[in-house]
Design a protein around this ligand. Structure first.
Ligand SMILES: NC(=O)C1=CN([C@@H]2O[C@H](COP(=O)(O)OP(=O)(O)OC[C@H]3O[C@@H](n4cnc5c(N)ncnc54)[C@H](O)[C@@H]3O)[C@@H](O)[C@H]2O)C=CC1
Ligand SMILES: NCC(=O)COP(=O)(O)O
Length: 324
């Protein structure tokens, strides 16, 4: 298997330390390749700089293979340095190039600090998801977060709450549903996906008394997809679709906006959640947490989500290799 590439993420955050800890846990299980400035790895991390991804396979499992990038000034935990912003972006682009060329089997991204990239490099994207779509020249991608107990998809992603209703179109919801359905079959081994769809408004609109999006847009989209054979429940009131009994009825919950989807999964399993971008021509996973500036460099960051993200990337690569 080709290595799973890990982009370093924000060096002032916990990305380098959870990547190093994940490598220590997985080094006899998965080939990995970390892209970043080795000066940002925790002191004492055994690493070896490689010239290219192909060299990563030939080195000892006792050292982390590193595709080195010089970030210049030292990093200070908890405070992003604007001079590092371009390096963080470049590491992601390198990881994408490696996966697209087949030199890496998948990309797992460590967390970026979104405001720091905007301030330091005029980064025109609100997150990896949108940047990866642009690099891959794909119009529509879908964010999924998954843990053992739940999979969720936010239909609109990184936008202000007052923009949600306007951006929630029939075309966006249809594409989100189709991409999610295809990914469940291809990457997650769910032969006949059961999809639950949340309404936008309280009580899924209460028959139009609390909002019209369910009647005007969501239900017609779902009916059209049902007519194509998809197994869909909804639109459902979002407040009652995440308890254990409700979760047992579906394979994924498609939600209308970011927090409607991410609050339930981060509440159920903050440590074990994985973020996956669906609809790309390559595999991308990520831990579900952010840069955690408050604990960076203290040696207390939990690597469980990074480990889960790397394992998920490898499983997806294996699943795709079986199909092709
Ligand atoms: N995929 C990505 O690149 C993501 C980036 N972010 C970015 O991260 C930055 C900080 O975001 P926040 O909302 O503060 O979320 P956060 O996940 O960084 O931190 C929230 C709380 O959880 C704790 N925490 C997070 N990960 C942890 C871990 N592995 N072990 C132990 N404790 C952990 C933190 O210490 C903090 O108290 C923002 O710029 C945000 O945009 C957030 C989520 C994902
Ligand atoms: N809240 C999830 C998140 O911010 C992840 O975003 P991305 O960087 O994976 O697009």
């Amino acid at each position: 298997m080709k290595p799973v590439a890990i982009s370093c993420g924000e060096p002032a955050g916990i990305g380098p330390e959870v990547a190093a800890a994940a490598w220590a846990a997985l080094r006899n299980e998965l080939p990995l390749l970390w892209i970043g400035d080795p000066a940002h790895l925790p002191a004492g991390t055994p690493f070896q700089v490689v010239r290219d991804a192909a060299d990563a396979g030939g080195i000892s499992a006792d050292v982390l293979p590193v595709l080195a990038q010089d970030f210049g000034p030292a990093a200070t935990h908890g405070t992003a340095n604007p001079a590092h912003a371009q390096g963080v972006i470049d590491a992601i682009a390198t990881g994408v190039a490696l996966t697209q060329s087949g030199a890496a089997s998948a990309l797992c991204t460590a967390p970026i600090h979104k405001a720091a990239l905007i301030d330091g490099a005029d980064f025109p994207y609100p997150g990896h998801t949108e940047y990866l779509a642009a690099l891959a020249k794909v119009d529509r991608v879908v964010m999924m977060l998954a843990c053992d107990a739940l999979r969720v998809v936010p239909t609109t992603i990184h936008i202000a709450i007052d923009a949600v209703a306007a951006q929630l179109t029939a075309s966006l919801l249809t594409d989100t549903m189709l991409i999610t359905h295809a990914a469940l079959r291809r990457d997650f081994g769910v032969a006949a996906p059961r999809i639950a769809v949340a309404g936008l408004n309280p009580h899924a609109g209460e028959n139009g008394k609390m909002g019209m999006q369910e009647i005007d847009m969501i239900t017609p989209v779902l009916d059209a997809l049902r007519a194509q054979g998809m197994n869909i429940a909804g639109p459902l009131p979002a407040d009652t679709m995440f308890h254990a009994g409700a979760r047992a009825q579906y394979d994924v919950a498609v939600c209308m906006y970011h927090d409607q989807a991410l609050i339930p999964i981060k509440t159920l399993d903050f440590a074990g959640g994985v973020n996956i971008t669906l609809g790309l021509p390559f595999i991308r996973t990520s831990p579900d947490h952010g840069t955690a500036f408050d604990i960076a460099g203290k040696g207390i960051a939990d690597p469980t989500s990074m480990i889960a993200a790397l394992r998920m990337a490898a499983r997806m690569a294996h699943s795709r290799a079986q199909i092709s």
